[in-house]
Each structure stands twice: as structure tokens, then as C-alpha cells.
Design a protein around this ligand. Structure first.
Ligand code: ATR
Length: 281
């Protein structure tokens, strides 16, 4: 039931109509009995600043921001959390009643949530991690791993200069390597995270020697369409524990929900099952 007091939050991006976020948030709202609603605000053109800037004041409580607007979301905000600044991007904007906009980035928290949920024996502080890719998604993952205590994070990318830019921005625990030297970093990795767009349905395959990883290495892909990417299938065939991008999506939604609706979402709801159903339809 929508009432005069319904709290509104939503998600914007391009494209956004197939976003799973409305399904997750609205299921949690219903289960918690919160008078709120979460909708998609599609942006066909380039009106991101007009949309987000126009929401100053808090009539809409907050927005999740997805591709390609995450960097611009951070730039637009008046205040930002440390992790959003380190990530160089925001996936959450909160509109304060005082007119200010707060940017946060919960993608890294989502990544760590996914590891806790699907690879509970893995410990971020126990050894080096490898992030494949050097775009916005990769930078967020590196920032989260460093902030959580990873002793070393190798950023491996086809274009070395982009990996070096991340290493320069995020400190001396981060090292950059070209893709053809992936093996060097993989051989002592405790976790390998694919943050490239390779593996997305219809995109090229990522060619890395996953067999060079120790048997206990956990392998993750941020892509969740398909849920089992060729990269995760390769890891599973090698007997590695795998973590998928859908669990990360759910994990980033939890602190987003808290920003928008002021409480943790209920835990007794199978939102993963709902999301899987929506992915199949
Ligand atoms: P995002 O901001 O979503 O992370 P992006 O900036 O387009 O997206 O970055 C995509 C990443 O995937 C890049 O690291 C890209 O490598 P380059 O920087 O060399 O372009 C990587 N990538 C995409 N397709 C790839 C492929 N087939 N093999 C290896 N890397 C690939």
C-alpha cells in the first residue's frame, strides 16, 4: 500500500530497467512491513546531474547509481565516505533534508559479503589477492580489499597504464602487472577477482592461467549474467571455491537499504532465490 508517508528510494543508470535492485529492496520492504517503495529511474540521455541534483532535499530519500554514472555520482555529492573517495566512485547517494548529498560506495562491502557467504574460510588478511581489470569496478574492489586488510593486491590488466593508475592512487600494498604476467601474481594468490567486462554475455573470454593458483585460492567473478561465467566454470573445473557476482549484488544492497530506510533488511527472506527467478525470466 502506498500512503501519504511512503518513503521513496530508487536506482538510476543506463540501462536500468533490467536491474534486480527493485526486486531485492521491495521484497525486503514488504517483509519488514516498512512503508517504502524502491523504483527504477531510467536515464536514456545524459541527464544524470539534472536527475540527481534535482532530488536535493530528500523528497526521494536516496538513489543507487549504476553504470555509467558512478564516477559522476561521487563528483556531484557534497560529502563522501572514505571508501567512496578511495573507490573513485559512488553507488549510493543519500539526499539529506538539509539539501546536502552524501555519496557512499557499498560495492566493496558487497564483495566482502559475497566472500563471507560463499567462501567462509577465506580471510582477507591471510595473503595476497589479485584483481583482474582496471576499470571502475576493479578500483572499487582494490579499495575494499586494501581497506579490509589485504597485505598485497595485484592489479592485472591488459592495459598496464590503467593498472598503474590504480596502484598510484591506492598505496604501496597495490602493485600493477600486465595481463601476460598474470601467472606471477596468481601463483601465491588467496583470492582472484575478475573485475573485467570479459565474461559478460556476448563479450570476449578472459585468458588467464587459473591453474597457476594454489588449490585453496577462491575465485570470484563480479559478472552475474550469466551466473556461472566461463571464468567461474574454469575455476570450478579446477576444483577452486567460487564466489559469484549475484551474491555481491545482494551484499551491496544490504547497506544501501540501511541508508535509505534506516534499518538492516530482514534476514529471513530468500532474496537470492527471488533474484535467480528474475534472472531466468
Ligand atoms: P568498468 O568501469 O565497468 O569496470 P571499464 O572501465 O570498461 O569498465 O573496464 C573494463 C575492464 O575490462 C578493463 O580493465 C578492460 O581492460 P583494458 O583496460 O585493457 O581495456 C577489461 N577487459 C575487457 N575485455 C577484456 C578482455 N577480453 N580481456 C582482458 N581484459 C578485458
Amino acid at each position: 500500500m502506498i500512503t501519504g508517508k511512503t518513503v521513496v528510494a530508487g536506482v538510476t543508470g543506463r540501462p536500468v530497467t533490467h536491474s534486480l535492485s527493485p526486486i531485492l529492496h521491495n521484497a525486503w520492504l514488504a517483509a519488514a512491513g516498512i512503508d517504502g517503495v524502491y523504483v527504477a529511474f531510467p536515464l536514456e540521455g545524459d541527464g544524470f546531474e539534472a536527475l540527481a541534483g534535482g532530488l536535493r532535499g530528500g523528497v526521494v530519500r536516496g538513489l543507487n547509481v549504476t553504470l555509467p554514472f558512478k564516477e559522476r555520482a561521487l563528483a556531484l555529492a557534497d560529502d563522501a565516505t572514505d571508501i567512496a573517495r578511495l573507490s573513485g566512485a559512488a553507488n549510493v547517494l543519500v539526499f539529506g533534508a538539509d539539501g546536502r548529498i552524501l555519496a557512499d560506495n557499498t560495492d566493496g562491502a558487497g564483495l566482502l559479503w559475497a566472500f563471507r557467504s560463499q567462501a567462509p574460510d577465506w580471510n582477507v588478511a591471510s595473503g595476497p589477492a589479485v584483481v583482474l581489470g582496471a576499470g571502475g569496478a576493479a578500483r572499487g574492489a582494490v579499495a575494499a580489499l586494501v581497506a579490509a586488510g589485504a597485505p598485497r593486491v595485484s592489479v592485472v590488466n591488459r592495459t598496464l597504464a590503467r593498472a598503474e593508475a590504480i596502484a598510484d592512487a591506492l598505496g604501496d600494498r597495490v602493485v600493477a602487472l600486465p595481463l601476460d604476467r598474470a601467472r606471477d601474481a596468481l601463483s601465491d594468490a588467496t583470492a582472484v577477482i575478475n573485475a573485467t567486462s570479459a565474461g559478460l554475455s556476448g563479450q570476449g573470454k578472459l585468458d588467464v592461467p587459473l591453474e597457476a593458483t594454489p588449490a585453496a585460492t577462491v575465485v570470484m567473478d563480479m559478472v552475474y549474467k550469466p551466473l556461472e561465467t566461463p571464468f567461474l566454470a574454469q575455476a570450478r573445473a579446477l576444483g577452486r571455491t567460487t564466489v559469484d557476482g549475484l551474491e555481491m549484488l545482494i551484499g551491496q544492497a544490504v547497506p544501501s537499504f540501511e541508508h535509505f530506510f534506516g534499518q538492516r533488511p530482514p534476514t529471513d527472506l530468500d532474496v537470492r532465490g527471488l533474484a535467480l527467478k528474475a534472472l531466468k525470466s
